[in-house]
Design a protein around this ligand. Structure first.
Ligand SMILES: [Zn+2]
Length: 110
């Protein structure tokens, strides 16, 4: 039992708590290193689900706090500027347009 250092594929590093036999811990550590960290995964989920937390500059910090509760310590920046590149803005715009269409449909049903 103990904390094992991990460098995740997303570029974040930190450590996770692993239990069990040495061989099991090594394969679990290798599995973790081959994918994005839990903080990145959570932020992706928030973005996809239009969760308001995705719009906070401290979103990675929030996600890392949740990960800490799952025995994963991930070093992240306190604040990460929101993405304002064209692709992100277009994705945001598409979501809003879809929402407006939903609202229009509800109004027409009145
Ligand atoms: Zn990450």
């Amino acid at each position: 039992m103990g904390w094992t250092k991990i460098d995740w594929a997303c570029g974040h590093s930190g450590e996770i708590q692993l239990y069990g036999k040495m061989a099991d811990r090594e394969s679990k550590a290798a599995f973790e290193a081959g994918r994005q960290c839990m903080a990145c995964w959570l932020v992706d989920q928030w973005e996809q689900n239009s969760d308001p937390r995705a719009k906070r500059e401290d979103r990675y910090k929030l996600a890392a706090q949740i990960a800490e509760g799952k025995s994963k310590r991930i070093k992240v920046a306190d604040a990460v500027p929101l993405k304002n590149d064209k692709a992100s803005l277009m994705a945001e715009r598409d979501k809003l347009v879809a929402r407006i269409a939903e609202i229009d449909a509800m109004i027409e049903e009145e």
